[in-house]
Design a protein around this ligand. Structure first.
Ligand code: PMP
Length: 425
């Protein structure tokens, strides 16, 4: 039964039991209306209330300033790999178009287009910091959409010998597109926590700070609401709900309002086509989603409700703007697991560098990566009710995901098993 199991899967991941209990009731009979949450209209007053409450809970938790918009979309984190390219390239182009018109004065549209073609060819760059398999995937999607010549991999953190991730080299080694007036790169992208490789940025990169920096995009799919975030440093933060926030089905995007109309303008589809740049699907178009309060098309309101319950629960536990309470617990759980792993260097080896160890996805090898030993380790864990510990298929090994709903008790049980296994090894 549920109370005897601790699940360390990387996502989908555990949810608070009380939220699931309420959810099962809400599925059948929401607010005693005789109808369930999956059955009501996404445009009903109830749905609107859910949407507003969930937004408010997130804004409260992370202290999101008023000049940021919170959007709910579908398509997962992967959908946003594409969306960031469509949206930010469009903004970059429109800025360049406005500048060209201003500088060229009254000339024909052909002349403007000619100049823009040249600027796109010479200057359109999307900066990616590749620190693990998810940022790698995001950069590959950008290359697929706009062409590899426009993607500047400012950092490829793979080990030169083994091709493996596990470190974040110093910023002095990154090759970001130089800043310029009117914007250098169309975006600077990083994945705050690499789920597969267990690499987490310990802090916000200094070289992405400042008003003249490219718009910063961060994928927080696997460390959302697990620590404090200074939203103002980012143009866009996104993540799927299915790890720390809720069940699979919605993606959350926090976007600076100045990137949305009426403040900013996006290039027209005609202009993008004329420049051989991609025109994205309307369901990934942030201005459209924002204008419609995330209800451009049918939003899975049940998923939004679950996320809202989880986040309101955290607000109730820790207080408004007090994500630091959750942060402390996340840190503590991770610390005790790493400490135990470090205590037995002959048995366990943590995969990533000490300075970038993820608090959320703890990746390690048993017996130097011996397949039989790791199989035995996992089987022993399962017997103790410790599930979901198998590493990602692409890297193997063990991965203990330590998301918000993993209890301190669960982490302690894992520590006890790690001790026990190591003593017997
Ligand atoms: N980014 C990160 C950091 C992830 O961990 C994942 C999924 N595990 C994704 C993106 C992709 O998300 P999705 O499966 O929702 O498309």
């Amino acid at each position: 039964a549920r109370e005897h199991v601790h699940y360390f899967g990387a996502g989908p991941a555990p949810l608070p039991t009380d939220v699931l209990e309420q959810a099962s009731r809400a599925l059948l009979n929401y607010k005693d209306k005789g109808i369930g949450l999956c059955e009501i209209s996404h445009r009903s007053p109830d749905a609107n209330e859910i949407l507003a409450n969930t937004k408010a809970a997130l804004a409260n938790l992370l202290d999101i300033p008023d000049d940021y918009e919170i959007l709910f979309l579908q398509g997962g984190g992967s959908g946003e790999f594409s969306a960031v390219v469509y949206n930010l390239v469009s903004i970059w182009v429109e800025k360049r178009r406005a500048r060209a018109e201003k500088e060229l004065g009254h000339v024909s549209q052909d002349k403007v287009l000619e100049r823009l073609r040249k600027e796109v060819e010479d200057e359109l760059k999307l900066d990616y910091l590749v620190t693990g398999s998810w940022s790698l995937k995001a950069s590959q999607e950008a290359a697929r959409l706009v062409g590899a010549q426009h993607v500047n991999v400012a950092l490829d953190a793979r080990d030169a010998n083994h091709g493996k991730f596990g470190r974040i080299p110093p910023e002095s080694e990154w090759r970001l597109t130089p800043r310029k007036q009117n914007g250098g790169a169309a975006l600077a992208y990083f994945c705050d926590n690499e789920t597969v490789d267990g690499v987490e940025f310990p802090f916000f990169p200094q070289s992405l700070e400042g008003d003249d920096a490219a718009p910063v995009v961060a994928d927080m799919s696997s460390n959302f609401i697990s620590r404090k975030v200074d939203a103002r440093k980012y143009a866009v933060i996104f993540g799927g709900a299915q790890k720390n926030i809720g069940n699979t089905g919605i993606t959350i995007v926090i976007v600076r309002k100045s990137l949305l109309p009426p403040v900013s303008k996006y290039a027209s589809a005609d202009l993008l086509r004329a420049l051989n740049l991609p025109v994205g699907p309307v369901v990934l178009d942030w201005p459209t989603i924002a204008k419609n309060n995330s209800l451009y098309n049918t939003l899975p309101i049940f998923d939004v409700w679950v996320a809202g319950q989880v986040m309101s629960g955290l607000v109730q536990t820790y207080g408004v703007k007090k994500i630091s309470g959750q942060e402390e617990i996340s840190n503590e759980k991770a610390k005790m697991i790493y400490k135990t792993l470090d205590k037995y260097p002959d048995v366990y080896s943590v995969v990533p560098d000490k300075s970038v160890r993820s608090r959320m996805n703890i990746c390690f090898r048993v017996g130097g990566g011996d397949a039989e030993k790791e199989k035995g380790f996992l089987a022993g864990a399962e017997k103790m009710g410790l599930l979901g510990l198998k590493g990602h298929r692409s890297v193997g090994g063990i991965r203990a995901s330590n998301y918000n709903a993993v209890s301190v008790e669960g982490a302690e049980k894992l520590v006890a098993y790690l001790e026990d296994y190591a003593e017997k090894a």
